[in-house]
Structures are given as structure tokens and as C-alpha cells.
Design a binder for this molecule. Structure first.
Ligand code: SAM
Length: 278
């Protein structure tokens, strides 16, 4: 038995990475087997410590709707409900795993906070999600990436092991030699913004790739340093220089074609600022 588990531990990551070769739904009443094959991945559960750290990294609360795409035995939605008070939704193709998920949710007293849908994850409605959880396969991550990027800014995506390629994670954790990733869906801030602060106006041009920003600024047609721009969901920050040459740290929130927030200077009281996209 120990030998079988050791072999499984070596083989399963490779199986997951390759994606499952054969689609064969397990019978609804079959006992789930670690490594059982499904359409886009095999079933391998995520350890509880990793699940906790992933949801902590996503700042999960009772206001969240967590959707696990490929939910296996339901442990992620159940954990999100039981320990974070969130609504947990599992999307799983295999009927035997949906059956054990429903039973586990009942046994752990979170049926009222959880739902399990027997469905292909590519057909799942993600519109309610504020947190998406994943432990699936590289191929699925590639296919999901454009859909994830199109979700509401601020939605968090957490993944055990698999990355989203050139969309760099906002945070990474290591738990028991495994890696977990967090992405926060970035607001679209590309373009030229007129930034006003206490009668002063600068124009900030922003180029964007995912959450990474490149900025340039001007005041009355003359260049102004705008540096260190960062974006996390709808929260933006950057440093720009006043007319008198003092730097100010701008922090604010993006709401479509507007931004607003406060700018703190060295020893100076914070001032309100706002911006509109040209
Ligand atoms: C690696 S397991 C992860 C299970 C669970 N999320 C966890 O972390 O413990 C991936 C799960 O995705 C399911 N799956 C594979 N392809 C799927 C698809 N196209 N739609 C829905 N579920 C799928 C598998 O049956 C398996 O249970």
C-alpha cells in the first residue's frame, strides 16, 4: 500500500501536467480513486494546509463566492464555507466525486453554504465568482486565461501548482514543497489620464500588460517623473512630483474611466486627487 502511494505521488504530478488522455466518467456510485481520469485532468486532492493558505492569500471572507473549477471531492468549496464563511461552489465533471462532495458538505454542516454542479468547467457560469480556485492542468490554465482576465476587476484567482503563463502572479506561497499562486484581475487602466491634485494637473500615460504598468508623465507639456506604478485589481499607486519638486505617493481606486484617492507627501498632509481618462 505504502509502495502504491509512493508511486502515485511520483506519477500524479506528471499525469496532471500532461492532462488526462482519456475521458471516461466514473460510475456515480464508484468510490473515488486518487488518480482517476477525467476529461482535462486526473483527480488529486489538494492538502488542507495549502487550501487554507490559498484562501488566506485571497483575503477570503463571508462576502465571497468561491468557485472551484474541477472540485474533486469538494474540499476547497467546503473549506471556504466552513472556515471563511464564504459561499462555496464546486464544478466537477465526475458524478462519483459530486456525490461524495454533497455528502461531505452535509457531514460538515455546510450544505446551506455550498453547491456542487456536475458540469464541464468550460461551461461554468463564472459571473457570481469573487474567488476562483484551481488545481487542474497547464492546458486548462491556457484556455481559461482570457476568461479569467475578462472577469470583474478585483476578482481573485488562486491556483495550486499551475501558473497562468505570462500573467505573473501577484503573490506566491510555498507549502509543503508545493506552490500556490494568487492573481488579482486587474482593472483596465491603459491610456492617458488627467490627474488633478489641489489645482495642479499632470497628464499620466499608462501602458499595461496584465497588472504590470509603464508610465510617463507631463505637466504643461514638460516631462514629469511618474514612477513605481502598481495595480492590484482596482487599487492603483504611483509616485509623482509636485510643481515644487517634492514627491507624492498617490494611492487610489479605479472605477472605469475615473480614479480617485489620496496623495501623501514627505511630512505633508495627504491631499485628495482624482483622474479622468482622456
Ligand atoms: C487535480 S483535481 C483537483 C480537485 C480539487 N480542486 C482539489 O484541489 O482538491 C482536478 C479535478 O478536475 C476534474 N475535472 C477534470 N476535467 C474537468 C472538466 N472538464 N470539467 C470539470 N471537472 C473536471 C477531475 O475530475 C478532478 O476531480
Amino acid at each position: 500500500m505504502i509502495m502504491r502511494h509512493a508511486v502515485a505521488a511520483v506519477l500524479l504530478p506528471a499525469l496532471l501536467a500532461a492532462g488526462a488522455a482519456v475521458a471516461q466518467n466514473a460510475a456515480p456510485d464508484a468510490a473515488p480513486q486518487i488518480g482517476q481520469v477525467s476529461k482535462d485532468s486526473v483527480w488529486v486532492p489538494t492538502p488542507e494546509r495549502m487550501i487554507r493558505r490559498m484562501f488566506q492569500m485571497a483575503d477570503t471572507t463571508r462576502d465571497d463566492v468561491v468557485i472551484d473549477l474541477g472540485s474533486g471531492d469538494g474540499r476547497m468549496p467546503i473549506y471556504a464555507a466552513k472556515h471563511f464563511g464564504a459561499r462555496g461552489i464546486g464544478v466537477e465533471l465526475e458524478p462519483n466525486l459530486v456525490r461524495v462532495s454533497l455528502a461531505a458538505a452535509r457531514a460538515q454542516g455546510v450544505s446551506h453554504l455550498t453547491e456542487f454542479l456536475q458540469q464541464d468547467l468550460f461551461a461554468a457560469d463564472l459571473s457570481r465568482a469573487t474567488v476562483i480556485a484551481l488545481y487542474i492542468s497547464p492546458g486548462v490554465m491556457t484556455r481559461l486565461k482570457p476568461r479569467l482576465l475578462a472577469l470583474r476587476p478585483g476578482v481573485r484567482v488562486v491556483s495550486h501548482h499551475f501558473t497562468l503563463e505570462d500573467w505573473e502572479s501577484d503573490e506566491t506561497i510555498r507549502v509543503e514543497n508545493r506552490t500556490g499562486y494568487l492573481w488579482v484581475v486587474p482593472a483596465d487602466v491603459r491610456g492617458r489620464w488627467r490627474v488633478s491634485l489641489s489645482g495642479d494637473e499632470i497628464v499620466v500615460a499608462i501602458e499595461q500588460k496584465h497588472q504590470m504598468l509603464a508610465t510617463s508623465g507631463s505637466r504643461g507639456g514638460r516631462p514629469v517623473n511618474v514612477i513605481g506604478a502598481r495595480l492590484r485589481g482596482t487599487e492603483i499607486s504611483f509616485t509623482a512630483f509636485d510643481r515644487d519638486g517634492n514627491s507624492r505617493q498617490y494611492r487610489g481606486r479605479v472605477d472605469g474611466a475615473r480614479m480617485a484617492g489620496e496623495a501623501a507627501g514627505d511630512g505633508a498632509a495627504p491631499l485628495a486627487w482624482s483622474a479622468v481618462r482622456e
